[in-house]
Structures are given as structure tokens and as C-alpha cells.
Ligand binder design. Structure first.
Ligand SMILES: [Zn+2]
Length: 234
């Protein structure tokens, strides 16, 4: 990994200068080993944090790297009038959930199509955590809002740094409880229950048009949850 030797990778939005070429960070999610992608995720999220916290949100003075080695990711307000130069900011993460909802004893799994995606691309129901909300409540709310279905028994099943630009993705399994699929029409225009047979026949995530089912990219938490479901013996 060329960028390892003490140099910070350069970012431009969600692109990174990698081996002399600008590539999307998403393409490296699949191409790099997880630990290398994690290092890049950390760099990207810190780059985003520095750029969006140049000035104190309270007094407007410039922010600077915090000198305290106990808080290596923090930035500090340089304004002496602001809590006596002790006001720190820490990187804030947008927390999101992914919901692998199954029914018929796990034989079928719910996939949804986002209105912004090519026709064949589908993934798990996903959404951002609201203030004051527990992750399990977020799972139930997002499934209901996007697909009209009631989900029960959300169980945490892993997480992943998601540096697009500064999120934490959390994965849950859940079970269908009630309702028929009714996409919200705004974010999701189609959702369906898929079988393992259909999953195994699906292709990879591309930007190509076409209606054949495309799965989320390898290396993503959504794909890990799907793969875990696909190999589960009923
Ligand atoms: Zn301040």
C-alpha cells in the first residue's frame, strides 16, 4: 500500500488519489483487504471532520488540533473566551442501520430498490438513526416507512465504518411480523422477497442498466449480511 509510509492520502469528495490515479473510495471497498480499507476510512472521516470543523460552532474562532494525546481525534477551539480554551469537538458520526428482514422461517429475505439506482440494483432496507432513537427502534421504523411492513426481533449483527463521508453502518437481522409490501414511493419504489435460488443467480453491483438483480458490493456490511443469510441452513 503505497500511501502507508507516513503520508496522508489526498481526498476530493468521495475520491482518493491512489497510486497516482483518482479513484472512488467505494471502488476500494471491494478491492482492498478490510484492514487497509479501515485505515483509509479513518483518514477520509478525519479529513471530512477537519474540513467541516475549521471554526468553532459557538464563538467562531478557528479550531486547532487538540494537544491532549488522550484525545487524538479531537479539535479544540482557539478562542480564549470560549470555556477558557477547553472547548473540544469530536468527530461526529451519522449512524445508519441495515435491516436483513426474513420471513417463512428465513426462506425469504426482503430487498428494496432505491429510486436513484439502476433498475436491477437492490439492497437491504437502510436508514439513518434519529436523535433519541434506539437502533432497534430505528430498524422497525425504517422497515415500516420504506416498505409498509412490520418487523420484529431486531438483532445486532455487526458494524462497519462507512466513510461516505463519516458514517457508521450497523447491521441487524429481523423477522417479518405483519403487512404487505407497500413501497414509500419516495426513497423506495420497489421491494420484494427473494429466495436463496434467486440470490445465487444474481449478479454484482454495477452502474449498468438492466433489470437483472444486482447485489451490493463485496466488502460491504450489507453484502456480509446477505451472504450470511444465503449460507444459513434452515
Ligand atoms: Zn469557541
Amino acid at each position: 500500500m503505497e500511501e502507508k509510509a507516513g503520508r496522508q492520502p489526498r481526498f476530493k469528495g468521495d475520491s482518493v488519489l491512489w497510486n497516482g490515479e483518482w479513484v472512488t473510495l467505494r471502488s476500494l471497498l471491494t478491492a482492498l483487504p478490510p484492514e487497509e480499507f479501515a485505515a483509509l476510512a479513518r483518514a477520509r472521516s478525519m479529513d471530512f471532520f477537519s474540513n467541516t470543523h475549521a471554526f468553532c460552532g459557538r464563538c467562531g474562532a478557528p479550531m486547532e488540533p487538540a494537544p491532549d494525546p488522550v484525545t487524538p481525534h479531537a479539535r479544540r477551539c482557539s478562542g480564549t473566551g470560549c470555556e477558557g480554551n477547553t472547548r473540544f469537538s469530536y468527530p461526529a458520526f451519522s449512524v445508519a442501520i441495515l435491516a436483513a428482514v426474513t420471513r417463512r422461517g428465513g426462506a425469504e429475505l426482503l430487498l428494496a430498490h432505491n429510486t436513484a439506482w439502476p433498475a436491477g440494483r437492490m439492497s437491504l432496507v437502510a436508514g439513518f438513526l434519529h436523535p433519541g432513537e434506539a437502533l432497534e427502534d430505528c430498524v422497525r421504523r425504517e422497515v415500516l416507512e420504506e416498505t409498509g411492513l412490520r418487523a420484529a426481533n431486531p438483532v445486532f449483527s455487526g458494524s462497519q465504518a462507512w466513510p461516505f463521508p463519516c458514517s457508521l453502518m450497523t447491521g441487524f437481522t429481523a423477522e417479518w411480523e405483519a403487512g404487505e409490501i407497500q413501497p414509500d414511493g419516495t426513497e423506495i419504489d420497489r421491494a420484494e422477497w427473494i429466495t436463496r435460488e434467486k440470490f445465487k443467480a444474481a449478479g454484482e453491483w454495477t452502474t449498468a442498466p438492466g433489470t437483472a438483480l444486482q447485489l451490493p458490493p463485496k466488502g460491504s456490511l450489507s453484502r456480509r449480511l446477505l451472504d450470511a443469510w444465503a449460507v444459513k441452513v434452515r
